[in-house]
Design a protein around this ligand. Structure first.
Ligand code: GTP
Length: 222
């Protein structure tokens, strides 16, 4: 086994990041090893990927897709956060959304798609973070094999720990294609909604209601 691959032999939970991000050499080694296994899978499924012009490069394409896109949030650094002083000591609820959510189901490796909403009650003496960072954070944690209950909590934990607001709420509404394209073949309109609340947002029912009202209004206008 190559040196680059050796470290990657330590398995971790599907929605946890590696201890340190992949180097370029480790990533290339991982793509090569995964592509070889996908070729094997195609052989088992009797897909002639060597001669079929449609599937000739598919094992490598799929390996790259998992490593560089669908699971990139396990292998790369989380987004860096730009912080600004809360000069005016703004302490009302800020709601951001809809933020496009793309993820992959840990059970059947099928797409999850939907929207995320984030509500922040900034600390008067704390920091405000750049608006686009919320999209980047959702994208980062979505790029792992997830279940929605853990995804919403991971996004919240990260924002809570990095920015220390007074209160925080995260809401995700999403369609799971493992439920629409296979198995029960449920409705494409059928969604799962999960929320995570932190600090004063967890304790104050009026703030929760305010957040929910803003989410519903943003969902209609977005
Ligand atoms: N709670 C939760 N369940 C999920 C999520 N994503 C997928 N599932 C469900 O997890 C279950 C997968 O487990 P199993 O019941 O072992 O899989 P299965 O036998 O293929 O089941 P079917 O999907 O009913 O055909 C399915 O019911 C999925 O719809 C999620 O984010 N959260």
């Amino acid at each position: 086994m190559s040196v680059a691959l050796h470290r990657l032999r330590q398995p971790q939970r599907a929605n946890e990041a590696l201890d340190t991000p992949l180097t370029a050499a480790e990533q290339a080694a991982m793509v090569g090893a995964a592509a070889a296994k996908l070729e094997e899978l195609f052989d088992i499924l009797r897909v002639d990927h060597r001669n079929d012009h449609n599937t000739r490069d598919t094992p490598r394409r799929v390996a790259r897709m998992y490593i560089e896109e669908l699971m990139a949030g396990r292998f790369a650094e989380p987004p860096s956060i730009t912080e600004f002083d809360n000069v005016q000591r703004f302490n009302e609820l800020i709601v951001i959304g809809p933020i496009t959510l793309r993820s992959t189901c840990a059970h059947h490796l099928m797409p999850i798609y939907g929207e995320a909403y984030i509500g922040v009650l900034p600390a008067a003496d704390g920091k405000i973070i750049g608006l686009s960072k919320y999209d980047r954070i959702v994208e980062h944690f979505g790029a792992r094999l997830q279940i929605q209950e853990e995804l919403v909590q991971q996004i919240g934990d990260f924002i809570w720990q990095r920015t220390a607001p007074q209160g925080l709420a995260v809401r995700i509404s999403a369609v799971h294609m493992c439920r629409t394209q296979r198995g029960v073949r449920g409705s494409h309109q059928g969604r799962m909604v999960t929320s995570a609340y932190f600090g004063t947002m967890a304790e104050d029912p009026e703030r929760k209601q305010e957040f929910l009202t803003e989410c519903l209004a943003l969902g209609k206008s977005g």
